[in-house]
Design a protein around this ligand. Sequence first.
Ligand code: NAD
Length: 483
Amino acid sequence: MFDVMPFWQNYIDGQFVDGGAGRLVVDDPATGAPLAEQAMADASDVDRAVQAAKRVHESGVLMDMRPVERGRMVRKMGDYLIDNIEEIASVLTQEAGKPLWEAYTEVRNAARYFEYYGNQAETLEGRSIPLGSNYFDFTIHEPFGVSGQVIPWNFPLEIASRSIACGLVTGNSVVLKSSELDPLSSQFFARAAEAAGFPAGAVNIFCGYGHEAGAALAGHNDVNQMVFTGSVATGIAIATAAAQNIVPCVLELGGKSAAIVHDDADIDQFMNDVRKGIYFNAGQVCSAMSRIVVHESIHDAVVDGVVALARSLSVGPGIDRPEFGLNMGPMISQKQRDRAEGMVSDAERAGALVATGGRKMNQPGFFLEPTVVTNVTPDMIIANEEVFGPVVSVLKFSTEEEALRIANGTPYGLVAGVFTSSLDRATRAARVLRGGQVFVNEWFAGGVETPFGGYGKSGYGREKGREALMNYVQTKNVAIRLR
Ligand code: NAD
């Protein structure tokens, strides 16, 4: 375990600096004890970061570079993360609570974004449009300029990486605000940008309060594009602020995603997916398998399996869980844990049954028992609102049509899954399910290469895959009249 530095600064215009809004104490979710202090940016820090990013953009240094050079620098940022994985994973586990092996996975996945988008840098090409012999016409994809990015706490490294890497390879400069709950590990992006040779001001990383630094960034007149990952309420606030400056947004918001389990599904395979689908990162995953919609004929067997799985998890401090396995860490904060516990009690009062778990654990830290709630009906709050914790709701169906209706019955539409051995059923479901990703027979199937994003209240725009690049550029058409 690496010792965590007692104080972490922001990175603005190539300097590590204190913040105008003072310091914030970051807790270790496994103990509830203070871990370190983080500098907090105020609106004038945000302005300095945006002005630095604007200066870099206007200098043309990133935009004028041959894309392969930008791509190499972006890839070097990923190399930096891998070269320092032991330290970064240790800090991440201590500030976010996740098992150490999950923190390693997160650092590797973060580095993978820099690799993938570094490789994409020179593939973004315009086209030539025929207008007859009197014209030569072509299109160029130009960066917006300053990309403002606000991230949540659940995967601070992975989520930041996808936006930073896309922003930089397309020639934008980046101003990123981390979450108040686990901001420390974001500083490694600043170190990575320096190691990769990005000029001062190209990458700015700071923490600050959402209502202060976050709002100042989203509403800043010199920000040209906003990328936000987080809750629906904050997404609305950010999009509203950005709209005042006619600034486009990418919004990656919440989800209440359903796995439909048919009677012909491979149940052993499905159980494997439940572990990662709902108990990975203690269920604090936007695309978590938070609802299981199961055929009535196999309902009891599936519930027994999920309950046995939940009870088999070893729950405790992430730092003591270095190996991949049936284990789980605490939730991020007391507030989140108590909210999740309250939602389970409310569901019980509404007629649901808590098949296992549902209570906070009698130990320090923000632990909630791995929880399975059954007898859930589509009208219940727990079937519609994100718990964002290790809580799965089980609903029953009798016909395929009913299953699809239940799965599509929330305001969200992030991902959805179907488990069946029938290709016809899977294909019908894939066509009907409302979500940016549909998983067939494997939850989270896909990767950095596959586009990800929401339908409905889950947001708009796509991150991951080549589709994401188009959110970071604007298209210019050049029409030349020939003599
Ligand atoms: P949140 O919306 O509370 O906070 C996210 C970020 O927004 C934080 O950095 C916060 O400081 C900032 N913020 C808060 N108010 C702001 C304002 N007025 N203006 C600007 N910034 C502001 O979300 P959270 O609790 O950190 O994260 C959990 C949510 O994120 C869940 O709903 C989850 O589903 C969602 N999420 C979505 C994805 C995805 O890719 N779709 C990924 C992870 C998390």
